[in-house]
Design a binder for this molecule. Structure first.
Ligand code: ZN
Length: 362
């Protein structure tokens, strides 16, 4: 009994790591399209698939299933993989095995649309009624317009939220044992897969549970942010990057401060540009304050990245004290910009970070 379970688990594990086996057809055939003879799965001259013979009832079935993609690339099978081997699927894809997955961006859009429809169907239509009219001016108006729209379209918030992870993940995981040196475009696809997975779990697991037990939105969002997403990311990044549980855990935890800082950076840059373009004159002081905050946030991010870099490379083992020279220099710089923020009477990067943590807890 126990050994059966063990065997089953080993088979599952093997499937997780590599579910695909490719064989040549080894049947000599003439291509139905161009007539070239071969033993391959695809015609070497025109590219038509070998199994595509004359039109039969089987072709009707294949034609219908084509909507969802075919074979290993089918949408249902890719979603199935996204549930049971998410990190391995992502690693396969970014390392060049494109055939294992339905085109990811297309998949994300389709799942997003289905999630939106399901969401409208399951939740009360009244809950999305009249928002406050937007009264702000200048570029801020567009910022408010976009954020209001996003708040009413929670599915797309997911995608925006995950895109914040691209840079933190690159900083934290670029020395990973299973896939070292991933680049930012690969980081983009990592987040596309993660966002799709989140939409899938949210729409077809969490939301039905919420409707079934008539749980409040607060409980659902709270438990999603504190439990579901961290577990999801932990499993994804462990499979994808190959660190142990602890190594994955602290890196996933570090996404939060980086995410908060990047958000702050974007908001401040936006406000700085706004005060320059729209209301020059009266807002000059605020412009310099924004610039100082931007500098401080950048310094703190740089410092965090340096610390992670030292841990990633384990360079202190060979270099000793030398490994900390640059981090210490940057720490001094961060102290300077932090002090400047304090003198200007604005919240620096550290204060802002602490405040967001208090907001999250409260
Ligand atoms: Zn052919």
């Amino acid at each position: 009994m126990l050994s059966d379970l063990k065997k089953l688990y080993r088979r599952f594990k093997a499937w997780q790591e590599n579910p695909f086996e490719y064989h040549d057809s080894h049947i000599h055939h003439g291509c139905c399209n161009c007539g070239a003879e071969s033993e391959n799965n695809y015609c070497p001259r025109c590219g038509q698939k070998a199994v595509h013979g004359p039109i039969t009832w089987r072709s009707v079935w294949q034609g219908i299933m084509d909507v969802w993609g075919v074979g290993t690339r089918s949408l249902p099978y890719t979603l199935w993989q996204l549930l049971w081997r998410p990190g391995y699927l992502i690693r396969d894809y970014i390392s060049g095995k494109r055939q294992v997955s339905f085109p990811p961006v297309k998949m994300m859009v389709i799942v997003g649309l289905i999630a939106m429809l399901a969401d409208n169907w399951m939740t009360d239509a009244n809950s999305q009624s009249a928002a406050d009219p937007i009264t702000s001016t200048g570029l801020i108006y567009y910022w408010d317009l976009v954020t209001t729209w996003l708040l009413n379209h929670i599915e797309w918030v997911t995608l925006v939220a995950f895109s914040y992870c691209i840079i933190p993940i690159w900083i934290l995981f670029r020395s990973a044992p299973a896939y070292p040196g991933h680049n930012l475009p690969q980081g983009f696809f990592i987040q596309v897969f993660s966002a799709t997975q989140f939409l899938l779990i949210g729409t077809f697991l969490l939301e039905p549970i919420a409707v079934l037990f008539s749980l409040g939105v607060d409980i659902i969002i709270g438990s999603t942010v504190t439990v579901v997403v961290p577990i999801m990311l932990l499993i994804n990044y462990k499979q994808l990057f190959g660190y142990g549980w602890w190594g994955t855990f602290w890196r996933v935890l570090m996404i939060i401060p980086f995410g908060v800082l990047i958000y702050r950076l974007m908001v401040r840059i936006f406000y700085a540009v706004n005060s320059l373009l729209v209301e020059p004159g009266d807002m000059v002081m605020e412009f310099w304050q924004d610039l100082m905050i931007i500098a401080d946030v950048l310094m703190l991010m740089w410092l965090l990245a340096e610390i992670v870099g030292v841990i990633n490379r384990k360079s202190w083992r060979e270099l000793g004290w030398q490994a900390f020279k640059r981090p210490l220099l940057i720490a001094a710089g961060a102290l300077l910009t932090g002090f400047a923020c304090y003198r200007m009477g604005v919240d620096g990067a550290v204060t802002g970070l602490v405040q967001s943590y208090i907001n999250i807890i409260a």
